[in-house]
Write a protein that binds this ligand. Structure first.
Ligand code: ZN
Length: 149
């Protein structure tokens, strides 16, 4: 499948602020980044995180049924990789995060991170300056996606 230029939505930003955070025991990773984005006025941004989680809830978007399937992992896992972004949904900062979690043998589970109870986590959040990056309902996918103004 080829990429057509008109099939890509391009938004141009400049980086304005780099925030480095340490999250403490028992907070939720997604909620904490959302709170920081609200407090610091981050309306668009990207982040990475590493650390360890006590439990997690991962989502998988079923492209046929257009529904999220959820899996809860009730185990201590390494947050081997977590990447995501911040944009606006309903005018409020919204965090979209994906994570790769690994167990003691290095086996991984991965997906859309819905919840992650932190054991320890280090987050690097880059605030972006530019146009409003707002999520709107997309009919084709039935997801809330970025739409140009
Ligand atoms: Zn996702």
């Amino acid at each position: 499948m080829k990429a057509r230029h008109d099939s890509i939505c391009v938004f141009e930003f400049g980086a304005s602020k780099e925030l480095v955070l340490r999250l403490k025991d028992d907070v939720d990773l997604v909620q904490s980044i959302t709170e920081i984005a609200k407090t610091k006025g981050v309306k668009a941004g990207t982040f990475t995180a590493i650390g360890a989680l006590k439990r997690a809830k991962l989502g998988y978007y079923d492209q046929r049924s257009h529904e999220y399937r959820e899996t809860t992992i009730e185990a201590a896992m390494e947050l081997a990789s977590c990447t995501g972004n911040v944009s606006l949904k309903g005018g409020e900062p919204f965090v979209h995060a994906h994570a790769v979690l690994s167990d003691e043998k290095g086996n991984t589970r991965a997906g859309h991170l819905l919840e992650g109870s932190v054991f320890a986590a280090e987050v690097h959040l880059t605030q972006l300056e530019g146009p409003a990056l707002e999520r709107k309902y997309d009919k084709a996918t039935e997801l809330m996606l970025w739409v140009p103004e």
